[in-house]
Write a protein of this length. Structure first.
Length: 349
């Protein structure tokens, strides 16, 4: 549910070393993004007022669709009384004023609105808002509610010659995936695509861990694509193949097997309603921090072993769409056409 999104947060007090005491009057400020949908003086993304001039701009070369408009929504101003006190919106800023009796109660209110409100607003607002920052006051003490640890960050140091060599290797590896030479390396092609998606999710997220579970799912797909196995034998097959590639047992168990285990058990490919302890969350998030570099290492080694003739991946039996899958797609198409005709939501195809 929130397994990879909930990271330890705490109060960064201003001034540092200040002491907060309860019970106290509390004022919390949640800053939403993007601001256009709340009436800030920036173009909205997908929300415009009635009668506004707006058009879709389609860039076929980039594959992008954007709404072009000079319109602005009126600044959102509303107030209501809720279970946690007074709630006021002034544009993209939400203020909650209340009286709380403990730090635990403060933590509950912060987490409720930070994690709970944006997904509920997404049911109502096409611009899909998120909360960018939380600040507040307890009594006379100000604070920022911030991450205590965001995980290890990485940086790549390169020169022009290093980048030139990387491009050269990439072009050479492209030849390994050329299906004019047969389907033998289609598994590697799929694995590289899953890796790229996992990395893109990490880079596209405003917060580095926002789409971690989806990245982990793609890491698990890499192993399933490279090392096909009968049902319920994927993990053991992966262990065997990674040993052949020269990985140590501890490396296999710490860096690769978890991706498959998490896919089946812990909030990756299957939903979970469990509430994990702080220690359990820390373990899962620590693995997620290591996973990308581990799978980059794996794929580079697979390329190298294939080029040296030390590895032959099992080719897929057929590149055509399986008959069962074809029937599913046909049924979806039939149902969509009927729905479109009934609802008038577009031309039936």
């Amino acid at each position: 549910m929130l397994t990879y999104l909930v990271r330890p947060r705490g109060l960064y007090l201003e001034p540092e070393g200040a002491v907060i005491e309860f019970p106290a009057n509390v004022r919390l400020e949640f800053q939403f993004e993007p601001g256009g949908g709340f009436g800030e003086d920036v173009p909205p993304i997908r929300t415009v007022p009635p009668g506004a001039k707006a058009r879709f701009q389609w860039n076929a070369c980039r594959g992008e669709t954007k709404v072009q408009t000079d319109a602005r929504l009126p600044r959102l101003r509303t107030a209501l009384d809720g279970a946690d006190g007074r709630i006021e919106f002034d544009g993209s800023r939400m203020l909650v004023t209340t009286r709380l009796h403990s730090r635990e109660e403060l933590q509950r209110v912060l987490e409720t609105y930070f994690y709970g409100l944006p997904p509920i607003l997404a049911l109502e607002m096409l611009d899909c808002p998120t909360i960018a920052e939380v600040r507040g006051q307890v009594g006379g003490v100000s604070f920022c509610w911030g991450l205590l640890d965001s995980g290890p960050a990485s940086i790549d140091v390169a020169t022009e010659s290093i980048q030139q060599e990387r491009v050269r290797r990439a072009i050479a590896r492209l030849g390994t995936l050329d299906e004019r030479n047969g389907l033998a390396n289609r598994r590697l092609l799929a694995a590289v695509q899953y890796f790229h998606i996992a990395c893109r999710l990490a880079r596209a997220a405003e917060r580095r861990f926002e789409f971690l579970s989806e990245s982990l799912l793609n890491f698990a797909k890499i192993l399933a694509a490279l090392f096909p196995a009968p049902p319920n034998q994927t993990i053991e097959k992966t262990r065997q193949e990674l040993k052949v590639l020269g990985f140590e047992e501890l490396e296999i168990e710490a860096l690769y097997v978890p991706a498959l285990a998490l896919r089946n058990a812990v909030d990756v490919a299957h939903p979970t309603l469990a509430g994990y302890s702080d220690a359990e969350l820390a373990t899962l998030q620590r693995y997620a921090d290591f996973a990308e570099e581990a799978f980059r290492k794996l794929l580079i080694r697979v390329f190298d072993c294939i080029d040296k003739g030390e590895l032959n991946l099992k080719p897929p039996s057929d590149k055509a769409t399986p008959s069962d899958t074809r029937r599913i797609i046909e049924r979806i198409g039939d149902n969509l056409r009927q729905y479109q005709r009934m609802s008038g939501t577009g031309e039936a195809v």
